[in-house]
Design a protein around this ligand. Structure first.
Ligand code: UD1
Ligand code: UDP
Length: 350
């Protein structure tokens, strides 16, 4: 069996790290990096830290408008697929790299397997929502992290090839935690005291491309008395500069960090404030309360069990949730037990 895996953005490197090693025990994997993310801190660091095999192809597509970026990926992925003739194309999540991989493969009648299928925000303003709807409808195997995701697919008429397998991000997190504890010196480096800081990440277009929302979030951070550690995505770095706001003294802006440091930062934070999909789940798995500065979430289960609160980009609601959020004792297992990669590979090879 030959599988072409398409990755391009930070969370996809992390997801591929969970699956690649398992897959390579029984298949030939050709790894394609579209080049969507290219900074050392957004790409190379994950390959190095997580022992992801080096990409067989780097398409070096880089940044651009949605059409230009996705179009360039489509052309280049098609050329790779024509050359490699794989049995499967494996795609992750909901980025432009995901949809380009799905479309290129489907048009060549190559079967598509989608990891993290069935997620929906029901908000088509999000580029990710368009990407995941298209990717799901073009996929032959759909690996869902939860029953809710499978039910959402069923409502769109997709029932064949759907499997609830859990989330590969849980696999890699559980595997990395003890290594992070041993190896990461991030708390010492940044002079942070465990449970005496908040960890924030913001990068969604809906927050970074809307100056009013971004300003409201940054102002909410300044209302908080604790240190807010904020590893800043390059997109957000530019948006903050354009806004011209001077960050409050309690806000510690740093460059994006590697996965090991990030895991340890989440684990030791008092609370996470984010618009990231991955981080909402990681906070939950590590038992850290999460405030999500979006108007909705795909990871509805984390809200239902009381560990995630949706505040939108509302200054008062963010500050109030950060100060007063109480989490329940119970933290039931969500999105699998950490063996999703094994299950995905078993379906691929049958
Ligand atoms: C993308 C995904 C988003 C995902 C996120 C993970 C799409 C539409 N969006 O958003 O779903 O949550 O990745 O982080 O695919 N940039 C750099 N260096 C880099 C990468 C990006 O400077 O290495 C800057 C560029 O100015 C670029 C901007 O960030 O224009 C946005 O990058 P892009 O990949 O288009 O989207 P993300 O916001 O990263
Ligand atoms: N992450 C990281 N370093 C950072 C910020 C995030 O390693 O500085 C990790 C985070 O722990 C999670 C993944 O990147 O595993 C999430 O990626 P991101 O928030 O960019 O994308 P999303 O999940 O929203 O698509």
């Amino acid at each position: 069996m030959k599988v072409v895996t398409i990755v391009g953005a930070r969370p996809q490197f992390i997801k591929a790290a969970a699956l690649s090693h398992v897959l390579r025990r029984q298949a030939t994997e050709i790894l394609v990096h579209t080049g969507q993310h290219y900074d050392e801190s957004m790409s190379t660091v994950f390959f190095d830290e997580l022992d992801i095999p080096p990409p067989d192809y780097n398409l070096e597509v880089g940044s651009g408008t949605h059409g230009a970026q996705t179009g360039a990926m489509l052309t280049k992925i098609e050329a790779v697929l024509l050359c490699e003739q794989p049995d499967w194309v494996l795609i992750y999540g909901d980025t432009n790299s995901t949809v380009a991989g799905a479309l290129a493969a489907a048009k060549l009648h190559i079967r598509v397997a989608h990891v993290e299928a069935g997620l929906r925000s029901y908000n088509r303003v999000m580029p990710e929502e368009i990407n995941r709807v298209v990717a799901d409808h073009l996929s032959d195997l759909l690996f869902c992290p939860s029953q809710v995701a499978a039910e959402q697919l069923a409502r769109e008429g997709i029932t064949r090839g759907v499997h609830v397998v859990g989330d590969v991000m849980a696999d890699i997190l559980y595997r990395t935690l003890s290594r992070a504890q041993l190896k990461s010196d991030v708390l010492r480096r940044l002079s942070l005291i465990p449970k005496a800081y908040l960890l924030a990440t913001i990068h969604r277009a809906e927050n970074t491309d809307n100056p009013a929302r971004l300003a409201a979030i940054l102002t909410a951070f300044s209302d908080i008395s604790e240190t807010v550690l904020f590893p800043v995505h390059p997109r957000t770095r530019k948006a903050i500069a354009d806004l011209g706001m001077i960050p409050a003294k309690n806000l510690q802006l740093i460059d994006p960090v590697g996965y090991m440091d990030m895991t340890w930062l989440v684990r030791n934070s008092r609370l996470v404030v984010t618009d990231s999909g991955g981080l909402q789940k990681e906070a939950y798995w590590l038992g850290i309360p999460c405030v999500t500065v979006r108007d909705e979430t795909e990871w509805v289960e984390t809200v239902q069990v009381g560990w995630n609160v949706i505040t939108g980009a509302d200054r008062q609601r963010i500050a109030s949730a950060v100060c007063h959020m109480k989490v329940p004792e119970a933290r039931p297992e969500l999105y699998g037990s950490g063996n999703a990669a094994e299950v995905c590979v078993s379906f691929l090879s049958h």
